[in-house]
Write a protein that binds this ligand. Structure first.
Ligand code: ACO
Length: 340
C-alpha cells in the first residue's frame, strides 16, 4: 500500500511588507536583502491566525481533491507559531471544516515540519491505519519575529499550505523490496539547536532550570523571538540538504535524471542555488517563490506545491523531491510521485 497527493491548497495573507518597508524599521536596504536572500516582500497576517489560514488552505485542498470533510481520517498541522496551544491547531481546523471523523494532532519541527508531517501521514496510510489525510503547514512567524533585529526580520513571512493524501494500492518497489511508498530519509541533531532558537513565553530565560521562580519582568525582549546564527544555519543547509537528497535517491534507487523538480524549503535563494550546484542539477528543477513570501517555515513547501499544481506544472508520473531543513537542527527529504 502507498499513498498519493490528490489535492493541494494554500492561503496567503493579502497584507504585504516589501524590503523598503523593512528598511524603515531596521538599518538595511532592498538591495542588501535581495542580494543576500532573494526575498523582495513577505505577506503578514492582519485578521488571520495560524488556525484560520490552515483551515482555508485545507478547504481549498479538499476542493481540489474533490474530497468531503467527512472523508478525512487524519488532520496533521505542522506549525511552530500556532495561536492556540490547547486545543491543538488540527482540532480547531477539524471544527472549522466539519471533518468529524478525523483524528487530529499537531507536529512541531520548524522548517522540516511539512516533510515530517507528510512522512507521518504516509506511514499511517501505507500501514492501512487511515485512508485519507490532510497535511497542513501553517505559520504566523511575524508573531515570533523581532522587528528590531535585522539579521532575522528580513527573512520571514506568514502563510499556509495543505495537501490531501489518499491511500492507494502498492505499485512500486519500496527501497528495492516489496510494494510500498518511497522511503524518506530524515535526521535531527539536537546538539546544534542553539543555531536557531525561540523560547516559550513560559520559560523566562531558563530560570526554571536554575530552580528560580520566574516573573514576567525576567523575560527579555529577545528571548521569546526567533534568534539565529545565520551563517551557521546557512553552512548547515548547503552541506546537509544535498547530502540528504543524495541519500533518499540512493535508498530508493532513483536517479537525478528521474526527478522533475526539487521542492526545497524556501529559506534563501543562495541556499537553493548552492544545493542545485552541489547536486549538479539545473536551476530549472528548483522552483522558488521565496521572493514573494520570504521564509514561511513549514508552510513554504506546501505553498510552492500548490502554486505549481494550480499552474499545471506537474504531470502524472513525474517524480518530485521534497526537502526541508531548519531549527532543531532537523533535515529530511522524501520522494513524491505525482499521480493525479
Ligand atoms: N542589512 C544590512 N546589513 C546586514 C543585515 C541586513 N539585514 N543583516 C546583517 N547585516 C550585516 C552584518 O551586521 C554584517 O556586518 P559586518 O560585516 O559589519 O559585521 C554583514 O552584514 C554580514 O553579515 P552576515 O551575517 O555574515 O551576512 P550573511 O551573508 O551570512 O547573510 C543571512 C545573513 C541572510 C541571515 C544568511 O546568513 C542566511 O540566510 N542564513 C540562513 C538563514 C536561514 O535560512 N534560516 C532559516 C532556517 S529555517 C528555520 O528553521 C526557520
Amino acid at each position: 500500500m502507498t499513498a498519493t497527493i490528490c489535492g493541494t491548497g494554500s492561503y496567503i495573507p493579502s497584507y504585504t511588507m516589501d524590503n523598503h518597508d523593512i528598511a524603515r524599521l531596521v538599518e538595511t536596504s532592498d538591495e542588501w536583502i535581495r542580494e543576500r536572500t532573494g526575498v523582495a516582500r513577505r505577506h503578514i497576517i492582519r485578521e488571520e491566525t495560524t488556525v484560520s489560514m490552515a483551515a482555508e488552505a485545507a478547504r481549498r485542498a479538499l476542493k481540489d481533491a474533490d474530497v468531503l470533510p467527512e472523508e478525512v481520517d487524519l488532520i496533521l498541522v505542522s506549525t511552530i507559531s500556532s495561536n492556540v496551544i490547547i486545543p491543538c491547531a488540527a482540532c480547531e481546523v477539524q471544527k472549522e471544516l466539519g471533518a468529524v471523523n478525523a483524528t487530529c494532532f499537531d507536529l512541531s519541527a520548524a522548517c522540516t515540519g511539512f516533510v515530517l508531517a507528510y512522512n507521518t501521514a504516509l506511514a499511517y496510510l501505507a500501514g492501512g491505519v487511515y485512508r485519507t489525510a490532510l497535511v497542513i503547514g501553517s505559520e504566523s512567524l511575524s508573531n515570533l519575529t523581532n522587528w528590531k533585529d535585522r539579521g532575522t526580520c528580513i527573512l520571514f513571512g506568514d502563510g499556509a499550505g495543505a495537501a490531501v493524501l489518499r491511500a492507494c494500492g502498492g505499485q512500486k518497489e519500496a527501497g528495492g523490496s516489496g510494494a510500498g511508498p518511497y522511503l524518506p530519509v530524515t535526521h535531527s541533531d539536537g546538539s546544534k539547536g542553539a543555531a536557531l532558537t525561540c523560547k516559550s513565553r513560559h520559560d523566562f530565560n531558563g530560570l526554571a532550570e536554575e530552580g528560580r521562580q520566574s516573573s514576567p519582568e525576567d523575560m527579555t525582549d529577545e528571548s521569546h523571538y526567533m534568534q539565529m546564527d545565520g551563517q551557521a544555519v546557512f553552512k548547515f543547509a548547503v552541506k546537509r540538504v544535498p547530502e540528504v537528497i543524495g541519500e533518499v535517491l540512493s535508498l530508493n534507487r532513483v536517479s537525478t535524471d528521474e526527478i522533475s523538480y526539487y521542492i526545497l524549503h524556501q529559506a534563501n535563494k543562495r541556499i537553493v542555488e548552492a544545493v542545485a550546484k552541489r547536486l549538479a542539477e539545473p536551476m530549472e528543477k528548483f522552483p522558488m517563490n521565496l521572493q514573494e513570501y520570504g521564509n514561511t517555515s513549514s508552510a513554504s513547501i506546501p505553498i510552492l506545491l500548490d502554486e505549481m499544481n494550480r499552474e499545471g506544472r506537474f504531470a502524472a508520473g513525474q517524480k518530485l523531491v521534497l526537502a526541508g531543513f531548519g531549527a532543531g537542527l532537523t533535515w529530511g527529504a522524501s520522494i513524491v510521485e505525482w499521480n493525479r
